[in-house]
Design a protein around this ligand. Structure first.
Ligand SMILES: [Mg+2]
Length: 229
């Protein structure tokens, strides 16, 4: 039934939470932030995620640019602890962008499932992540060779859930909507976007969040993909 599978990367294949946590703890250590006012690593990480998600949403809809996102998320997260040294925040922002993509933790079963699927289907990535970052993540975590191409929003000129990025991807892959499948963890960007483009969707929902969206398939583990395609 399907010939082309389009995957989201962050939180669908690449374990964003674990990789991000490792990076943040390294940065906290490197700049001795616990001596500069930070109280608790886990609490800070939690606060950072909330700020980061909010700013990513702003980036996605286009109200802020990439540089603002990279600086502002740390400025806001550290402000609570009265850490306001601009140069320090700049260094931290840059370090995060350099250190995080070389982290290699993947979502459980990612490699096994990609290995299995790549023998039967043409695999592509569609991501809103940054061009220079996403390729490093794929390469370092050892899954780049499973994909024919990586379509970033920067390259497509628009971001998920914009229908145009799905049309762009299908054109590039020489794929039809009817025989394409989009797999992702975000109901808005991945699932809603694919649905609007006429593509069937697999909602990867490892934490079983409640929703009433209309999705073609829903899975809790990547391993379940083998049963769908
Ligand atoms: Mg994602």
């Amino acid at each position: 039934m399907y010939s082309h599978l389009f995957f989201d990367l962050d939180r669908t294949l690449w374990d964003f939470e674990t990789n991000s946590y490792e990076t943040l703890t390294e940065i906290i250590d490197r700049y001795e932030l616990l001596k500069k006012g930070l109280k608790d690593i886990d609490l800070f990480v939690k606060e950072y995620y909330i700020i980061n998600d909010k700013l990513w949403e702003e980036y996605r809809v286009g109200t802020i640019d990439k540089e603002t996102l990279r600086y502002e998320r740390f400025r806001r997260a550290l402000l609570k602890y009265a850490i306001t040294d601009n140069s320090l925040i700049m260094h931290i922002g840059n370090d995060y962008v350099n250190l995080s993509p070389v982290k290699t933790n993947l979502i459980p079963y990612a490699k096994e499932v990609l290995s299995y699927l790549s023998k039967k289907y043409e695999l592509y990535i569609i991501t809103n992540g940054f061009e220079e970052v996403q390729h490093i993540k794929l390469k370092e975590s050892g899954i780049e060779h499973y994909f024919i191409d990586v379509i970033t929003s920067e390259r497509a000129g628009c971001k998920k859930p914009d229908v145009r990025i799905f049309d762009y991807s299908m054109k590039l892959a020489n794929a039809r909507a009817k025989t394409s499948l989009m797999i992702g963890d975000c109901l808005v960007a991945d699932i809603g976007g694919a649905r609007n483009a006429g593509i069937h969707q697999v909602f990867f929902n490892p934490n079983s969040i409640e929703h009433n969206a209309n999705v073609t398939y829903e899975i809790k583990s990547l391993n379940e993909l083998k049963k769908i395609v």
